[in-house]
Design a protein around this ligand. Structure first.
Ligand SMILES: [Zn+2]
Length: 110
């Protein structure tokens, strides 16, 4: 079953200009779909806040690294973004690629 997500509106979004979109995030190494993400504001995707990971849910337990479940490549590391005290994943350089999403998860097959 697919679910259609709704963009979150909160102070994090407001502090980034009030503009958000959905992104599908993929492993750059094997092309596997990693997650559906809400990106707030302009700029590069350098980290992913866990409260913006819409599906599937990821939680930093045991391992401090975020792996691609398909090829086991390390995508990034979990940490706390101090300025906002938000849990996040710091992405390794060119570990992912992204595509604009319509907020539907899982993605429709084409
Ligand atoms: Zn992979």
């Amino acid at each position: 079953m697919q679910a259609k997500f709704i963009l979150k509106k909160d102070t994090y979004r407001e502090s980034r200009g009030g503009y958000s979109r959905f992104l599908n995030i993929f492993c750059d190494s094997c092309g596997a779909h990693l997650l559906l993400y809400q990106k707030d504001g302009p700029g590069e995707l350098k980290r992913m806040y866990l409260d913006r990971v819409l599906a599937p849910k990821v939680s930093p337990h045991k391992n401090s690294e975020f792996l691609c479940l398909s090829c086991k490549k390390i995508i990034g590391t979990f940490y706390i973004y101090k300025k906002e005290k938000r849990r996040a994943i710091r992405l390794y350089q060119s570990s992912v690629f992204k595509k604009i999403s319509n907020g539907v998860y899982p993605m429709s097959k084409r």
